[in-house]
Design a protein around this ligand. Structure first.
Ligand code: CA
Length: 219
């Protein structure tokens, strides 16, 4: 599940991002409305958490445009405590839910789970590709329907590659994923993980693109 967070309060945004990642979501933050709209246009996200008070464009305008770009994209809006009016407007504009600030992370996670359930498909938590299946909610991986055992770090490397099927992931990108999860990363960490992962995966599942990185190809 890839979450886009549009929030100009850097302290709150970074804290939320860490919490979301800790829960197994892939989370990215942008700090203004224009960047939010670019990210939404990229089509890389499954859910948007949108603060209505943004520095450049009004959050409600971002919401309206987001729904024009992708009507089906779930948007959870964050409103100021006294923002009853904007809350109503937001829901009228197609927001799926709202949270009034201040809110607890548990509350946010509960709302996200409701939206995920409403989406009603497993594709948001399970990625299947060529006999390999990864459940990002259960943090489990199966190969040809048999559960396989991977370390936490190996799991994260596989998850990153599968969330980017067909797109090369550089060593640095994969390292940064491990860093984000608070893991120590030595210079050869990724090579070692890839080598161990390959021993458990079908042959040539992960391809090396010499000097660039690694990729799980589409076909
Ligand atoms: Ca704000």
């Amino acid at each position: 599940m890839r979450v886009l967070l549009v929030e100009d309060d850097t302290h709150l945004a970074n804290g939320l991002r860490e919490s979301l990642r800790h829960e197994g979501y892939s989370a990215d933050v942008v700090f203004n409305g224009n960047d939010g709209l670019s990210a939404i246009k990229s089509g890389d996200f499954d859910i948007v958490i949108l603060d209505l008070g943004l520095p450049d464009i009004d959050g409600l305008s971002v919401l309206k445009k987001a729904k024009q770009i992708n009507k089906a994209l779930p948007v959870l809006i964050l409103t100021a405590r006294d923002g009853i009016e904007s809350k109503v407007k937001g829901l009228d504009l197609g927001a799926d839910d709202y949270l009034a600030k201040p809110f607890s992370i548990e509350e946010l996670l509960a709302r996200l789970r409701v939206i995920e359930r409403r989406l009603g498909n497993h594709s948001t938590s399970v990625i299947e590709h060529k006999g390999l299946s990864i459940d990002t909610k259960a943090h489990s991986i199966s190969i040809n329907e048999v559960e396989a055992s991977f370390s936490r770090r190996e799991y994260m490397v596989i998850k990153s590659l599968l969330e980017n099927i067909g797109r090369i992931q550089s060593k640095e990108q994969l390292e940064s994923k491990l860093y984000e999860w608070g893991e120590e990363v030595a210079s050869n960490t990724i090579e070692v993980h890839i080598s161990n992962i390959r021993k458990k995966l079908p042959k040539a599942f992960i391809k090396t693109v010499r000097g660039v990185g690694y990729v799980v190809s589409k076909t």
